[in-house]
Design a protein around this ligand. Sequence first.
Ligand SMILES: Cc1cc2nc3c(=O)[nH]c(=O)nc-3n(C[C@H](O)[C@H](O)[C@H](O)COP(=O)(O)OP(=O)(O)OC[C@H]3O[C@@H](n4cnc5c(N)ncnc54)[C@H](O)[C@@H]3O)c2cc1C
Length: 473
Amino acid sequence: MLPNSLVSKLEEIVGEKNISTDKYELLAYTITDRSYVSRIQLMGLNLKPEYMYDCVVWPQTTEQVSEIVKLANKYRVPIIPYGGGTNDMGGTVPLTGGIAVDLKRLDKIIEINERSARVHTQAGVILQILEWELNKHGLTTGHAPACMYDATIGGTLSTRSSGSLSNKYGKIPDMTLGLEVVLPTGEIVNIKPVPEGSTGPALKHLFLGAEGVFGIITSAVLRTFQLPEVRRFRSVLFKNLHNGIEAGRKIMQSGISPAAIRLSDEAETMKNHKMQGCYCVFCFEGPREIVDAEEKIVMKICQEEGAEDLGSEEGKRWWERKYYMYYSTPRSSVYPPEEGKIRFAIVPDTAASYDEIEPLYYDILNVVKKYGISVYSHFSHWYPHGTMVYPVIYFNVIDNIEEAMKIYTAVWNDIAAVILKYKTASLNHHHGVGFILGRYLDKEYGEPLFRIFKEIKKILDPNGIMNPGKLGL
Ligand SMILES: Cc1cc2nc3c(=O)[nH]c(=O)nc-3n(C[C@H](O)[C@H](O)[C@H](O)COP(=O)(O)OP(=O)(O)OC[C@H]3O[C@@H](n4cnc5c(N)ncnc54)[C@H](O)[C@@H]3O)c2cc1C
């Protein structure tokens, strides 16, 4: 419970309509749709009060955000920045209670600068709304993650998100030119939207992926691109996964970047397409001449890897339905399939270099096999030096919360241990670490880097109020 005097002062800052201490509202904010562990833990813990927000506020200006942060420092109350609440790693779970600062009323698109190909937007703007607005000007950010109907610019920046077209347009950090951030002390800083610079380390990266532990992003300047003249699809079937990965590697190292390459493993190919082998869909977009050339080069490489051409229709269908799997089922993967039973899924997406990605993938399958769980994987987000694997692990229906928690924790521990064994594998590729994977960040960084990381946190956030317990801090 927050002191009444703090609630009154918050009300003075944001106005009485922009604050709530209603317990159902707080519960809705606490149990995010996709923070699997939080829901399981909440169920297991019978909604213990320490896992609940004490208050939610909806500021409308950067200055209000700054005032809220200053006040929270005075009262030593935790603050959790809140965007769409779509994160997968428990980033918005209030581990020690506190104030949810929901940024969604910072919802202005401040400037679209067509000549310099950039857009300045407040952090609470929903990705799809920004995209619709840019499309009216013949522009796009090129950022198309499956969460774009729910996630905000600020949340996406804070998790180093990646969209379906990342091969061509990059991840969100690649798209970010400038930032406005309210530091954990309440000071407001601006990182200029320079095209590029050589002025010491690019400090924007301190906040990109910081999941709210180093401050609150209130606005950002992002790159924009012309809407493509042509968007085209092509699908192929590889005999096995190795051929598919080899084709992807050769394509990305040939000097072209098809906007999307989505390669399914054998299990996913059988489940989704009822075929043996590994299904792969390509998306090409841009000026017609470039698309023609890219498609030709890709098909030549696929042929060399023994792939069967499946034409363009399947690819079009994938594009039209690519968000169905996320939005057509109950939003959370943690839901009781029948009374008293628990079912859930986890997605330990990771990226590694081409010499390590296959052994890493098979190691993950071996972990999963040990627990008798189903897993379907795809490879998307390709780079010249490596790729990402996205295993979706479905847990069988489990009868009780203790059993669910035990298996859940054991699988994460085993998978994290496997990933950490590889020199080029990243603990996570685009979902962030929150507190689920934050527990292993000391091992990901190693010493003395993790100690330095903690020192940076102490300097920026001397009272430790910003999103405590996340990123291993
Ligand atoms: C259906 C679905 C599909 C998804 N598909 C993808 C996908 O294709 N690609 C992908 O990358 N991810 C995907 N995700 C994961 C998720 O959507 C991302 O992590 C997203 O980037 C989070 O944005 P958000 O606005 O919901 O942030 P939140 O979940 O609200 O917050 C995420 C983290 O950032 C912090 N935060 C939020 N806003 C700010 C801010 N303004 N300043 C500082 N910190 C802040 C929070 O405290 C939290 O730690 C998907 C999730 C769902 C539910």
